[in-house]
Ligand binder design. Structure first.
Ligand code: B1M
Length: 235
């Protein structure tokens, strides 16, 4: 049976070959993709703690990221599935000043699986690039990821630019990333916030549905708001 602890250790140590081999085994055994992802995400947490304690440095973080990306590439087809023709378009990117992309890639994969067409702008993305891509692709949504406290404030600039654009009244913005709290998302005026890739899908769908007048949700949409609306509907 695939050893998911070994997978976690492989990502921690930056051993891409082992990470890929264990992921292949796990997929062959039918372990659900999100279960396979979990030890890798945990590994990144451990790597981050070691970096904070100065036990490791940027090169070690990079090889761990490379190992995780190698394994994630195998999971992508499973997460994306073979959905129908996308009926929603999301422009995704990591905010200007920030080069982290694993979380953003994960959210993009999950959104693809939920029938979104994804325009991926990569990392270090300034506000004007988000807006230009949204216009070009007639996007419903901008999704911004931020991992650095020093640059996460740049997300506010994207939201302000969207609000100031007369030609984009239906475009919505959701934000996320490890340091991005619900409070922060509220302060910068985002339309949606999610703490992880799975809930980002629910939030993205709810935000677009709200813009299209298909739900009566209002204010900043986040997982608790969606859960409360479901409870009300079920009662
Ligand atoms: Co850097 N790094 N890093 N790093 N790095 C962190 C973020 C850090 C917390 C490590 C630490 O000190 N403990 C720290 C930030 C501290 C802070 O700001 N408070 C840090 C630092 C300081 C730095 C540098 C400044 C280091 C230096 O150069 N001295 C530098 C910055 C470079 C830059 O961006 N300008 C740097 C560089 C790097 C590498 C390039 C080496 C590499 C990134 C490689 C890559 O991404 N291609 C790297 C890595 C790997 C990390 C850690 C270890 C792992 C990040 C990761 O991939 N996590 C990280 C420590 C940590 O996070 N614990 C760290 C796994 C990923 C699945 O999680 O991205 O959080 P995450 O995504 C989650 C959720 O947050 C959410 O869903 C995802 C899945 O559930 N989510 C969204 C993400 N985006 C979302 C969007 C949404 C919704 C949800 O809606 C749109």
């Amino acid at each position: 049976m695939a050893d998911l602890e070994r997978l976690q250790l492989a990502v921690e140590m930056g051993d891409r070959d082992t990470a890929v081999a264990v992921t292949e085994e796990a997929i062959a055994e039918g372990i659900p993709p999100l279960e396979i992802l979990e030890p890798m995400t945990d590994a990144m947490g451990v790597v981050g703690e070691r970096f904070s304690r100065q036990e490791i440095f940027v090169p070690e973080m990079l090889i761990s990221a490379r190992a995780m990306k190698g394994a994630m590439a195998l999971l992508e087809p499973l997460l994306v599935g073979s959905g129908h023709r996308p009926d929603k378009v999301a422009v995704m990117g990591t905010i200007k000043g920030d080069l982290h992309d694993i979380g953003k890639n994960l959210v993009a994969m999950m959104l693809k699986g939920a029938n979104f067409e994804i325009i991926d702008l990569g990392t270090n993305t300034p506000a004007d690039e988000f807006l230009a891509a949204a216009r070009e692709h007639q996007a419903d949504l901008i999704g911004i990821s931020a991992l650095l406290t020093t640059t996460m404030g740049n997300m506010r600039g994207v939201i302000e630019a969207v609000r100031a654009a007369d030609d984009l009244p239906d475009l919505r913005v959701i934000v996320g990333g490890a340091p991005v709290t619900l409070d922060f998302a509220t302060q910068i005026g985002a339309d949606g916030w999610a703490p992880d890739a799975a809930s980002a899908v629910d939030v993205a769908k709810a935000v677009v549905d709200t813009a299209r007048g298909r739900t009566t949700l209002s204010g900043l949409i986040h997982p608790d708001v969606i859960a409360a609306a479901r409870d009300t509907a079920a009662a």
